[in-house]
Design a protein around this ligand. Structure first.
Ligand code: KIV
Length: 275
């Protein structure tokens, strides 16, 4: 699908003016400017990162990051909606995308009901669904119903049994490229590529007209996304694809140590903190 066609797909009265503009602006960044994206699960963080991001994703990664679930498969629609309502309060500029959790888009009817619920209750700009050939008919229905969709290919945490990077084998490479083209043809406005081999990221990015946003997918994508807790070093685990841009655990430890000292030494609260 050409960028021109894609543009007209989104020029519909049903989409809010600012939502349309944000999506078109994002698409126009392809081959021109890198797209910056992060996850957020709550208002305060969203309000900080909103100043620097093009896209803020309420990812179902919140299941493992916040709730210590074994997989994102345990995340419910209600959890996504509540966290997204909080995030919405902090997002003024970025495009806000919400993950449709596992088992909420098993068929077109279910997907449409749930996507509409997410859009209505959270006032987000778009939803993200994992998969290619298996779900592209569902994606098509959502888009026909004026629900902007971001695709997600490569490692699919909602359905993959093992968490290995993708694209080493030719058949896998071919499948992911053809999935990307299918998604492009039904009108997704961008595609997340998770944990894919560098040459595959390059290939997909070159062969689709919509921006690719990578996580563990090399520098050749049109943009990058990271889980916020990983970026600030709140998550103690080290992943190859993550660069910790801060050591927030150290900052928090120091603050809490100082607080505990002040309480124990009866220095907090003082007169200034009292009524
Ligand atoms: O759930 C999530 O945070 C995601 C990103 C890793 C892209 O899908």
């Amino acid at each position: 699908m050409s960028l021109k066609n894609l543009g007209s797909l989104w020029i519909t009265p049903a989409l809010g003016k600012s939502m349309k503009k944000k999506i078109l602006d994002l698409i126009k960044k392809k081959n021109k400017k890198k797209i910056v994206s992060l996850t957020a699960y709550s208002k305060n963080i969203a309000s900080i990162i909103d100043n620097y991001c093009d896209v803020i994703l309420v990812g179902d990664s919140l299941g493992s990051v916040l709730y210590n679930y074994k997989s994102t498969r345990e995340v419910s629609l209600e959890m996504m909606i509540e966290h997204s309502k909080s995030v919405r309060k902090g997002v003024k500029n970025s495009l806000m995308v919400v993950d449709m959790p596992h088992n909420t888009y098993r068929n077109s009817r279910e997907a449409l009901i749930n996507a509409k619920k997410i859009m209505l209750k959270t006032k987000c700009d778009a939803v993200k669904l994992e998969g290619g050939k298996k779900i592209y008919q569902i994606v098509k229905i959502l888009i026909k119903n004026k629900i902007p969709v971001m695709g997600h290919l490569g490692l699919l945490p909602q359905s993959d049994k093992t968490f290995k990077f993708k694209g080493k084998i030719k058949s896998e490479k071919d499948r992911i490229l053809s999935d990307a083209k299918l998604l492009e043809n039904v009108g997704v406005f961008s595609i997340v590529l998770e944990c894919v081999e560098t040459s595959l990221a390059k290939l997909v990015t070159k062969n689709v007209s919509v921006p690719t946003i990578g996580i563990g997918a090399s520098k050749y994508c049109d943009g990058q996304i990271l889980v916020f807790d990983d970026l600030i070093g709140l998550n103690p685990t080290n992943f190859r694809f993550v660069k910790k841009f801060a050591n927030i655990r150290k900052v928090i430890s120091k603050a809490v140590l100082n607080y505990s000292k002040d309480v124990r030494e009866n220095k907090f609260p003082n007169k200034k903190n009292s009524y």
